[in-house]
Design a protein around this ligand. Structure first.
Ligand code: NAD
Length: 352
């Protein structure tokens, strides 16, 4: 199938395919839009069944990055790269170095960072051959934490700011005493729990693995909940911080929270779920707006001289952006997810 006829093709500016026989690398880079600046988007390594599946993913994800960058007020465009292969079995330093050469061959039109299957060490291998590698020097971290380049602390802080703004708008109150159910105690979910606990929220947490949950119970006074019960808990806020599609046709009728605000990408299983949330009176924080802290961190890494304060202030804009979306959604009686898309399109189209 031609790229131009592909269902996910959306006027992408540049799609490049690369194969390196020596290391076994097969990869695709898609640059969706560079109206605001060079495209940024992580590199994902995944055991795609075939190159068609990989192409579908890279076209879809790179488009999403344009929307995310536009709503995060950063001078970057959207792009993404995918490597075909199982990161646990097939990834080698040589393959990562070859990926660095591939990224470099686009001459700065695209720069990459972490995504599923790619760690900071892999990016460091890529960086041997290209200056267009980000995500190896994260700016924001907590006292006692060693920054390793992973942007999760910034993502978590942005989600926290977003939960606060959503609770202010939707429930007209501060976070003191608010009950929050967090699905997923991973890199972002656990740090979000720390922020919320410090702000006086009452936490309910779940994960399919016990470590993060046990730590949250012990250190943050959280209540452990079974993974199958977390979405239907009678709480003020639901924060999906695990995998995508948490809000779907099966889970939607069970949700009792009045606010959904969490880190996970692609939380709505399909677009129309956004409309159904409006009908149910549930305020939804569009995922790519609330989870933009990581990309904002990476942007500041590229700025070099940017201070921790400038980064923090920038991440805090997520709250104001969400409130703008909520106000417009009310005025237009429209789903917040649709309003976010419309606002992003207005922003990057006007620049074109
Ligand atoms: P992570 O892998 O560290 O954490 C996810 C956690 O969710 C894991 O502990 C996993 O065991 C748990 N989980 C999986 N399925 C579950 C289920 N059914 N019920 C309960 N728990 C479950 O990932 P992360 O870096 O914390 O990211 C979390 C989400 O946020 C992902 O969707 C990711 O794409 C998104 N996100 C992350 C970043 C970032 O900076 N890390 C940035 C933007 C978006």
């Amino acid at each position: 199938m031609s790229v131009f006829d592909h269902a996910e093709f959306d006027n992408h500016e540049h799609v490049a395919f690369y194969h390196d026989e020596a290391s076994g690398l097969s990869a695709i880079i898609a640059v969706h839009n560079t109206h605001f600046g060079p495209a940024l988007g992580g590199c994902r390594m995944w055991p795609y069944i075939n190159s068609t599946e990989a192409l579908t993913d890279v076209l879809r994800l790179s488009k999403g990055m344009t929307y995310k960058a536009a709503m995060a007020n950063i001078a970057l465009g959207g792009g993404k790269s995918v490597i075909i292969g199982d990161p646990r079995r097939q990834k080698t330093p040589e393959m990562m170095e070859a990926m660095g050469k591939f990224v470099d061959s686009l001459g700065g039109k695209y720069f990459t960072a972490e995504d599923s299957g790619i760690a900071v060490t892999d990016l460091k291998s890529m960086a041997k051959h290209s200056e267009y590698i980000a995500g190896v020097d994260a700016q924001y971290h907590y006292a006692g934490e060693t920054p390793d380049g992973n942007p999760a602390p910034s993502t978590a802080y942005g989600v926290f700011v977003g939960v606060k703004a959503s609770v202010e708008h939707g429930l007209n109150r501060s976070l003191e005493g608010v009950t929050v159910a967090i699905q997923g105690m991973g890199h972002v979910g656990y740090r979000l729990a720390q922020h919320l606990r410090n702000a006086g929220a009452k936490l309910f947490v779940a994960d399919i693995y016990p470590e993060g949950v046990e730590k949250a119970v012990k250190e943050l006074g959280a209540t452990a909940v079974a993974p199958e019960d977390i979405l239907s808990l009678d709480v003020d806020v639901l924060a999906p911080c695990a995998l995508g599609s948490a809000i779907n046709d099966q889970t939607l009728p069970l949700i009792k929270a009045k606010v959904i605000a969490g880190a996970a990408n692609n939380q709505l299983a399909r677009e129309e779920i956004g409309d159904l949330l409006v009908e149910r009176g549930i305020l939804y924080a569009p995922d790519y707006v609330i989870n933009a802290g990581g990309i904002i961190d990476i942007y500041h890494q590229r700025m070099g001289a940017s201070s921790n304060n400038a980064l923090k202030t920038h991440i805090e804009e997520i709250g104001a952006t969400l409130k703008l979306i909520y106000q417009r959604a009310e005025q237009e009686n429209c789903a917040t997810s649709r309003v976010a898309n419309a606002m992003a399109e207005e922003r990057f189209s006007n620049k074109g």
